[in-house]
Ligand binder design. Structure first.
Ligand code: HEC
Ligand code: HEC
Ligand code: HEC
Length: 439
């Protein structure tokens, strides 16, 4: 099922407001921001921390001014909108009457207290791997720490036959492996921790693993080369997180990955799109050990074949003076790049880190699927607001400044310059995305 990231996007502005208000209080009381944060983290229960990793608030909060966990966020699915439910401990509107076993059935088996099946928009196929200890801590957090809210979110009303929730029985039987995470004895503790966080709580595959015809994720762990190979989700391409040299994380160090998840920039990239919400709401709050474990695990994933390539330019001089080496012939995108993009991303494509990401050798630029960079150029973006990153920087929107073919040309140019080599973008790709975004 597909997330409506536009609506999710609103919520990060609420988070920003919270942070702003919080910072203002800290300054007026003479606290340093860092001290306050440390205190805040020390007071946080384990259940609250786990809920952050699992990002329960992202889907179960309606918008910037809504009560946390009271539900009502509409998630796009191919069949219509699925509304998230109220998971505060209110006995009528929420899950106040859920026993631990009811809670476990909802999170791991996708079955509500009344026995009806949940749509897989609730990522229970990942949560099924959550350990008993962690599930108890989450239950305690939701029952005793989250304030009850008595509001009832809109009811999901999908058309026949998908409104027949019992039919999900077949989907579940075909695609969900109901099993707790099993540590691999031949791997060390850090690898197992990373695998658990990525597969179970973090549900990274919900966006990064390709889906099959029944919208099921094609794999749930590293045994399959499809796992985290990159996928389209609500008009973003969540890129390949395996070790591919050009279009994956092959040239990122573990520290680059951990920095990216904590600060919103790392390697030479800056986060944008729906991943920004994940970082702002969830991963920036993870302990260093957990971020390092995620990075360590991702670096162990083998690279499937890829069609993009990258050859770092040999000399520093070449990097400064030659704009395009991969395909040195005249390219119509070059002029557009110089006029509209070079100011920030620089003539040599090296960017101005950490303010402006580099484009030479950047895996998102070399992604086999260019959807994310087309969308970013159309809509513009801003980098993440995190506790460790720099002040957010903006990328302007070009939807009204450049035509479909100009956008296709400039993107084909950056995908084939400075050592980059990836399939060109066509003006039809840009046209189709513009149409989809207007819906
Ligand atoms: C990607 C979005 C998403 C995330 C993340 C998510 N949920 Fe859900 N959840 C949903 C949706 C959508 C539903 C309703 C599905 C339906 O109506 O079939 C739901 C339903 C539920 C229900 C069933 C409640 C009821 O009685 O209707 C519970 C309990 C629940 N979620 C708890 C959680 C917890 C706890 C977390 C974090 C560990 C979480 N969810 C994370 C989307 C999400
Ligand atoms: C005013 C400065 C500025 C200009 C001009 C600009 N960008 Fe950007 N660009 C940014 C920033 C800031 C980001 C990070 C965006 C984010 O995080 O949302 C970015 C990100 C990108 C990315 C994704 C790389 C990554 O790792 O995040 C691509 C691709 C890109 N820009 C292409 C272009 C193209 C093509 C143009 C010209 C048509 C252009 N940019 C013009 C500032 C700029
Ligand atoms: C809601 C969908 C969503 C979820 C969930 C999600 N991601 Fe992402 N992720 C994206 C999108 C879209 C991008 C592309 C934008 C970008 O590169 O900033 C991305 C980019 C990334 C990148 C940068 C890769 C690159 O080559 O630039 C990393 C690393 C990453 N995600 C890791 C993770 C991890 C680890 C998790 C789980 C904890 C996760 N993501 C969960 C959507 C998601």
């Amino acid at each position: 099922m597909v997330l409506n990231v536009c609506i999710l996007g609103l919520k990060c502005s609420r988070l920003v407001n919270w942070i702003a208000a919080f910072t203002a209080i800290c300054f007026s009381t003479g606290w340093s921001y860092a001290q306050a944060e440390i205190k805040h983290e020390a007071q946080q229960s384990r259940g609250a921390y786990l809920a952050k990793i699992a990002d329960c608030a992202a889907c179960h909060t309606a918008g910037p001014n809504s009560a946390p966990y009271a539900g009502g966020l509409g998630l796009n699915s191919p069949f219509g909108i699925i509304y998230s439910t109220n998971i505060t401990p209110d006995p009528v509107a929420g899950i106040g009457k859920y026993s631990y076993d009811d809670f476990s059935r909802a999170l791991r088996d996708g079955i509500r207290k009344d026995g009806k099946r949940l749509y897989p928009a609730m990522p229970y196929a990942s949560f099924t791997a959550i350990s008993d200890d962690d599930l108890h801590a989450l239950y305690d957090y939701f029952m005793h720490e989250v304030p009850p809210v008595a509001s009832t979110p809109p009811t999901t009303a999908l058309p026949f036959p998908v409104n027949q929730r019992w039919t999900l029985l077949f989907w579940d039987a075909a695609f969900v492996r109901h099993q707790r995470f099993q540590p691999h004895r031949d791997r060390d503790a850090q690898w197992n921790r990373g695998a658990y966080l990525v597969q179970a709580l973090g549900h990274c595959g919900a966006c990064h693993t390709p889906r099959g015809l029944a919208y099921q994720e094609k794999a749930y762990d590293e045994k399959s080369p499809e796992f985290l190979k990159g996928a389209v989700i609500d008009n973003w391409f969540a890129p390949n997180l395996r070790n591919n040299y050009a279009s994956g994380l092959g040239r990122w160090s573990e520290a680059d990955i951990a920095d990216f998840l904590r600060a919103g920039h790392g390697g030479q990239s800056a986060v944008f799109g729906s991943m920004r919400d994940v970082i702002e709401n969830s991963t920036q709050y993870l302990d260093k050990n957990d971020l390092d474990a995620i990075a360590y695990y991702l670096k162990s994933l083998r690279a499937p074949p890829e069609s993009s390539s990258y050859k770092p330019l040999a000399s520093a001089t070449a990097q400064i003076f030659k704009t395009s080496l991969t395909h040195p012939r005249e390219h119509p995108g070059e002029g557009i790049y110089q006029s509209y993009c070079a100011k920030c991303h620089k003539k040599n494509g090296m960017g101005d880190l950490p303010k402006f990401p580099g484009l030479a050798g950047n895996p998102i630029v070399l992604s086999e699927n260019a959807l994310s960079i087309i969308r970013l150029v159309l809509e513009g973006g801003r980098t993440a607001k995190t506790r460790y990153g720099i002040e957010p920087k903006k990328m302007p929107a070009f939807a009204h400044k450049l035509t479909d073919s100009e956008i296709a040309d400039v993107l084909s140019f950056i995908r084939n310059s400075w050592g980059n080599a990836a399939a060109p973008v066509t003006s039809r790709d840009v046209y189709l995305l513009r149409e989809d975004l207007q819906k």
